[in-house]
Design a protein around this ligand. Structure first.
Ligand SMILES: [Fe+2]
Ligand SMILES: [Fe+2]
Length: 322
C-alpha cells in the first residue's frame, strides 16, 4: 500500500481565502489518506462541499467534528441542534464515504503503519478551569469578567443533553468503551478537535479560554491506550509537542489573519507518521530534549490569545468568534 497519512484541521471555509486553499488541497501521492480534525466551517452546505471535494481526491478521508460544525446559526437552512446536528453530519459523511467517530476505526497499512485511526468526538466539560476557580460556574464567571467567552456558549446547543459538559461526559464514556474494544491491536492515531491533555493550552494568552478546549477525563488516554500520534486542532497554534514520550500534532490552518502573519507552512498537510523536527516549537513543554538549544516557551512560542486562537466570542452571539 503506497501513500501517506496526512492531516489538517480548522479549514474555516467561511473565509474565501481559506476556501481557495481548500480548493488546492491535493494528495501528494496515490493512496494518501487525509485526517480532518474539525472546524471545516459552520454551515452544512459548506461542510458537505469540503468533504465531497476532499473525498474525491484522497483515497480515504477521516473526519472528527469541531465546535464550529456544531453551531446552529440562524443563517443556516439546516437548523438542527446538538446531537441531531451531529448525527446529520455523520450521515452526510457516510453518504460521501468519509469515516466518522461513529464508524469502525480503520487501519492504515501504508508507510509507518499499521496504525488504527480513531476519530473522536469528545467535546469539553469546563474542567480546564482557571487556576483559581474551584467550579465550572466560577471559571465561567471569571471568563465573562475578562471578556473571554467562546461563541459556543451562544450557538453550540447540547440538545437533548442538559449541558455541553453532560454531552461531553456521555461521549467520553462511550468512546472509552470503543477504545477498550480495540486494545491489543495496532497503535492508535487519535484524531480529536481538542488535545487529550491540557498542556497545549498553557500558552494561551488568555488562560480563561482553556475551559473550552478539552477535558481532564482524557488526561491519561495517550498512556492508557497504545498511542502512535495524537492529532488535534482548535487552538490555531500549529506545532509539534511531546507528552510522556507521545507526539502531539496540532495541524490547524486557522483564520486568514493568523496564517498570513506566519505564512503558510510548506505543504499544509501534516505527514503524521513521518516526524521531521522543525525547531524551537518542539519539546519545549514536555521535558523531552529539544532538537534546538534550550529555549523557554516565551522565546520559542509567543503567548497566544483569542485573536490568534480565534475561538472567542465578544460576549454576544456571533460576536468575534466565527
Ligand atoms: Fe478553529
Ligand atoms: Fe474549534
Amino acid at each position: 500500500m503506497s501513500g501517506r497519512l496526512l492531516a489538517v484541521s480548522d479549514l474555516h471555509i467561511s473565509y474565501d481565502d481559506n476556501r481557495r486553499i481548500v480548493e488546492e488541497l491535493r494528495p501528494r501521492s496515490e493512496g494518501d489518506w487525509l485526517l480532518v480534525a474539525g472546524d471545516i466551517g459552520e454551515k452544512v452546505e459548506g461542510i458537505e462541499w469540503t468533504l465531497r471535494l476532499l473525498a474525491s481526491r484522497f483515497e480515504k478521508v477521516v473526519w472528527a467534528p469541531g465546535n464550529h460544525e456544531l453551531w446552529t446559526q440562524e443563517s443556516d437552512p439546516v437548523q438542527l441542534r446538538g446531537e441531531a446536528r451531529y448525527r446529520h453530519l455523520v450521515e452526510l459523511c457516510r453518504g460521501l464515504g468519509v469515516v466518522t467517530p461513529e464508524d469502525e476505526y480503520p487501519v492504515w497499512e501504508g508507510e509507518g503503519g499499521p496504525v488504527r485511526i480513531a476519530p473522536l468526538f469528545l467535546l469539553y466539560d469546563y474542567t480546564f478551569r482557571t487556576p483559581t476557580a474551584p467550579t465550572k460556574e466560577e471559571s465561567l464567571a471569571q471568563a465573562r469578567a475578562a471578556g473571554i467567552v467562546c461563541t459556543d456558549e451562544y450557538l453550540l446547543y447540547p440538545d437533548p443533553y442538559p449541558s455541553r459538559d453532560a454531552w461531553c461526559r456521555a461521549r467520553v464514556a462511550e468512546t472509552e468503551r470503543r477504545l477498550e474494544a480495540v486494545q491489543g491491536g495496532p497503535p492508535l492515531v487519535f484524531v480529536n478537535h481538542y488535545p487529550l491533555v491540557r498542556q497545549p493550552t498553557d500558552i494561551l494568552r488568555y488562560p480563561e479560554f482553556a475551559q473550552w478546549c478539552g477535558t481532564t477525563a482524557t488526561a491519561d488516554w495517550h498512556l492508557r491506550f497504545d498511542t502512535a500520534v495524537m492529532v488535534y486542532g482548535h487552538l490555531h497554534i500549529p506545532r509539534t509537542t511531546w507528552y510522556d514520550g507521545v507526539r502531539f500534532e496540532e495541524v490547524s490552518l486557522g483564520y486568514p489573519r493568523e496564517w498570513r502573519r506566519h505564512g503558510l507552512p510548506q505543504g499544509l498537510l501534516r505527514d503524521v507518521l513521518r516526524h521531521v523536527p522543525t525547531g524551537v516549537n518542539e519539546g519545549l513543554l514536555s521535558g523531552r530534549p529539544s532538537p534546538t538549544p534550550a529555549a523557554s516557551p516565551a522565546a520559542g512560542t509567543p503567548p497566544v490569545g483569542p485573536s490568534q486562537v480565534g475561538e472567542r466570542g465578544a460576549g454576544a452571539p456571533g460576536g468575534g468568534g466565527r
